[in-house]
Design a protein around this ligand. Sequence first.
Ligand code: FES
Length: 321
Amino acid sequence: MTEPVHPVRVRSIRWEATDVFSFILNAIDDTPLPPFEPGSHIDLQLPIGLMRSYSLSNDGSDGDYRITVARDADSTGGSAFLAEQLRPGAAIAIGAPRNNFPLYEQAPLSVFIAGGIGVTPFVSMAMRLNMLGRRWRLHYCVRTQDRAALLKELEALTLAGSGEIVMNFDQEPGGVMLDLTTVVSSLGPQDHVYCCGPIGMLEAFRKTCEEKTIPDERVHFEYFKSNVQNASEGGYELVLAKSGKTVRVKEGKTILETLLALGLDVPFSCEEGVCGACETRVLAGEPDHRDLILSAEERKSNRTMMICCSGTKSASLTLDI
Ligand code: FES
């Protein structure tokens, strides 16, 4: 987890759509919570021993944070706990907002592609673009109408600014999957495109952007989960520059697990390369990047790596730890 902010309490919970709930979190001492950038997320340390990351679905201007969570049918505990056990008044530990999905504010048009609960980061982005008087378009894909969380709020944002929403209900009678090729092909030369949703949608989105040769700097994505195997082959040396230690990463272990076993206090959350909590500066060596956050350019530079999931292609790796 990143540096903790104020202890927070669940002020209220709101039903948003089938299996989707919003949780309003405010500081226990009632002071305003720190501001955050559109697209940011927070880590929640759940009392059942799990850490989970959720996008902030408000703009924080009232000093509160809001997360909007879909109860995952295959929940491993996180969303089920939130939906079924977390109640108004409960205290909970959260980390400071972190942003792996920043908004490029100068684009003439920002195109958002949301799959289900992947809509959450786009609320604060649309609010910001409204403030700036910039155009945005949201392609909001949900299976059925009853699952379209935050839709009324987003519709109000279209009226307050220069935004539009194109709904896609793929499981309603006659519904089809969003045609990503058409969406990506319609981008102007300076437009930026963003996608947040299930893995299949994100993979198809990235492939389409590659095929249409949209430059990386105009393509933005955020994953909730990874389908990439963590690097746990081990068999290499880790030099910890700040701690003055050299350790061996054993077969079957990740770098993060090795450091935690040494008793080092290193930040982490998702442990699968999607949240960015464990990003660490690389001082020497060539990482084997397995995360879903760094851009192709960032990977090539090898300046940082996610130590929860990535390994190394070199015999030794020196980290700023
Ligand atoms: S802990 Fe989330 S990216 Fe490493």
